[in-house]
Design a protein around this ligand. Structure first.
Ligand SMILES: [Zn+2]
Length: 474
C-alpha cells in the first residue's frame, strides 16, 4: 500500500485517488499539495466554473487568501498560475481598484449546472445562487442584484451622512436605516430601530391563533375564572353554551383570528339558525346569545392585542322579547324571600307599574297621603311630559310608605329609599345581589326587576282602556 509508505523515503508523488478530495492524501506535505494543485489547475482551466468551494480558496477576490496560496506554491518553486481566475476573473481584478466594494462574476456549478454569481462587497465575498440553468437569465439576475446592492450601498452612505454617524443598520421591522449605536435587540440576531418596531415585528411573526384556539386557550379560561363561581347563572346560561356552540362550528374555528370578517360571522349565524345544534335550529334569541358571546371574544382579543380590529357581529333580527309576567303566587313567594327593602320596593313596583329608576328616585315631598282613596305618588322627574304623572297608591303601598315615613321621622322632603350611593338613593345595582339571592331561595323561574312593570300592565290592562293604560304607564 502506497499510503503506508512515508513519502520522503520513496520520493514518489502519489496519484490522487479521488480527485476533489484532499483527505485522500495521507501526507499533506507541501509537495503533495502543490502536485495536486497543478493537476487541479489544469482541470480548472478546462472547466473554469468547477466547484465553487475550491474557487474561493484560490480566488482572486480575497486578497489574503490569494496571497497565502501563492506563498505556499512558491515555496516549492513551482510557478503559480492563477488558473482559477479565468477571463471573467481577470477582468474583475482590473476593475477591483475602481469598484472596490462590488465585483461580480458569474459561474456555473458542474454538478447541477446551476449558475451562481459572487462578488466582493465591503470586504466580504458574497455568493448567491440564481437557481437558474440559463446563463442569460442568470446574467440578468446578477445585474439586478448588482444594481440593488449598489443602491443599498448608496443609501447606507447617504444615511450615514444624514444621521451623522459612522455606522448604520437596517431595522428588521420597518426596514429603515438608522444609527447603529441606537439599535435595540430582542435577543435574537435581528436589529430594530425602536421597541415599537420589536413589538410590531413580534406581532407579525408570532403564530396567529385560530378562532378556536383563541376561544379555547384564552377566552374560555377567562370567562371561567370571571363567572363560573361568582356569577354561575351568567356562566351556565350565557358563556358556556355560547363557547360550546362556537367551538362546534369548525368553518369558523379553524379560521385564523385575524382573517375573520363579518362575512364569516354571518355564515356562522346562518348555520346556527338553519342547522343549529344537533339538527335543532336556534331561535333568534338563542342565536343572538351565541353571537353576543362571539362578539365579546372578538372585543377581548382586540383588548389583549391578539387582533387589530374586531369583525362586526350582526345580531339576528326577530328576537322576541318575551315579557315575563309574574303570577300572584310567584310574586308572593318572591316577596317573602326578599329582604325588607327589596320586598317593599318590589311591592311598590308591582302595584304602580313604575319604571324601576322612577321608583328609586321617589321623594317624600311628592307623596300625598290625602289625595284619592289611599293617597297618590307624583312622579315629577320624567324624561318626557307623559312620564310626569300622578299614580294612586294601593292599600299595601300606602302601608309600606307610611311605615317608612314614620320610621324616618316624618320628613317633609328627601329620598323615600335613601342609600349610601353617589346619588343618595337606592340604585339598580343595590338590589342586584339581593334579587339573585331571593330568586335562588324562592325557587321562582328567574326574571328581572323590570318584569314587575310588565306584570302590573298585564294585570291592569283588562280593566282599563288603552288611553288610560298609556297614561298610567307614562
Ligand atoms: Zn423600525
Amino acid at each position: 500500500m502506497v499510503g503506508l509508505l512515508p513519502q520522503r523515503q520513496t520520493g514518489l508523488v502519489p496519484e490522487p485517488r479521488c480527485q476533489g478530495k484532499l483527505d485522500y492524501f495521507p501526507w499533506q506535505t507541501n509537495l503533495a499539495l502543490s502536485y495536486y494543485r497543478q493537476h487541479e489547475e489544469k482541470e480548472t482551466r478546462n472547466r473554469p466554473s468547477r466547484l465553487p468551494g475550491r474557487h474561493q480558496r484560490s480566488s482572486p477576490y480575497g486578497r489574503a487568501q490569494r496571497g497565502s496560496s501563492k506563498e505556499e506554491v512558491g515555496h516549492e518553486g513551482i510557478p503559480a498560475q492563477d488558473a482559477a481566475v479565468g477571463q471573467a476573473g481577470r477582468q474583475a481584478q482590473k476593475q477591483r481598484e475602481e469598484e472596490r466594494w462590488c465585483e461580480v462574476s458569474i459561474y456555473k456549478r458542474s454538478d447541477n449546472g446551476i449558475y451562481w454569481f459572487k462578488y466582493m462587497a465591503n470586504g466580504r465575498l458574497v455568493r448567491v445562487s440564481t437557481h437558474q440553468t440559463s446563463d442569460k437569465t442568470a446574467r440578468k439576475m446578477e445585474a439586478t442584484h448588482r444594481a440593488r446592492t449598489a443602491k443599498e450601498h448608496d443609501d447606507e452612505q447617504a444615511a450615514r451622512e444624514r444621521l451623522n454617524c459612522s455606522d448604520v443598520a437596517r431595522c428588521a421591522s420597518c426596514e429603515k436605516l438608522f444609527d447603529a449605536h441606537t439599535m435595540v435587540s430582542d435577543g435574537s440576531n435581528q436589529v430594530f430601530c425602536s421597541n415599537g418596531c420589536i413589538i410590531k415585528w413580534r406581532r407579525e411573526h408570532t403564530a396567529i391563533p385560530t378562532v378556536g384556539e383563541f376561544i379555547r386557550d384564552r377566552f374560555e379560561p377567562w370567562a371561567r375564572t370571571k363567572f363560573q363561581k361568582e356569577a354561575t347563572r351568567t356562566w351556565d346560561s350565557w358563556y358556556e353554551p355560547g363557547i360550546k356552540t362556537i367551538l362546534s362550528y369548525s368553518p369558523l374555528c379553524d379560521r385564523l383570528l385575524m382573517e375573520v370578517t363579518s362575512e364569516h360571522v354571518a355564515e356562522f349565524a346562518a348555520h346556527i339558525r338553519t342547522e343549529g345544534l344537533a339538527g335543532r335550529p336556534l331561535a333568534a334569541a338563542s342565536a343572538n346569545a351565541r353571537l353576543r358571546v362571539l362578539r365579546r371574544s372578538f372585543r377581548l382579543a382586540v383588548e389583549w392585542g391578539a387582533l387589530d380590529k374586531a369583525p362586526k357581529v350582526k345580531l339576528e333580527s326577530g328576537e322576541r322579547h318575551r315579557e315575563r309576567v309574574l303570577s300572584p303566587e310567584e310574586e308572593a313567594k318572591y316577596l317573602a324571600a326578599g329582604c325588607p327593602l327589596l320586598a317593599d320596593v318590589a311591592t311598590v313596583l308591582v302595584d304602580s307599574g313604575m319604571r324601576p329608576e322612577e321608583c328609586f328616585r321617589m321623594r317624600w315631598e311628592s307623596e300625598t297621603w290625602v289625595n284619592g282613596r289611599h293617597g297618590t305618588i307624583f312622579l315629577a322627574h320624567g324624561k318626557t311630559k307623559a312620564a310626569r304623572r300622578v299614580l294612586p297608591m294601593t292599600p299595601r303601598v300606602r302601608a309600606i310608605l307610611e311605615a317608612r315615613w314614620e320610621q324616618a321621622g316624618k320628613p317633609e322632603e328627601g329620598w323615600v329609599w335613601p342609600a349610601e350611593t353617589k346619588s343618595g338613593h337606592v340604585e339598580g345595582f343595590t338590589f342586584k345581589k339581593q334579587h339573585r339571592k331571593a330568586l335562588n331561595s324562592c325557587g321562582v323561574r328567574p326574571f328581572v326587576i323590570y318584569s314587575f312593570r310588565h306584570t302590573f300592565a298585564t294585570r291592569i290592562a283588562p280593566r282599563v282602556d288603552a288611553w288610560t293604560l298609556c297614561k298610567i304607564m307614562g
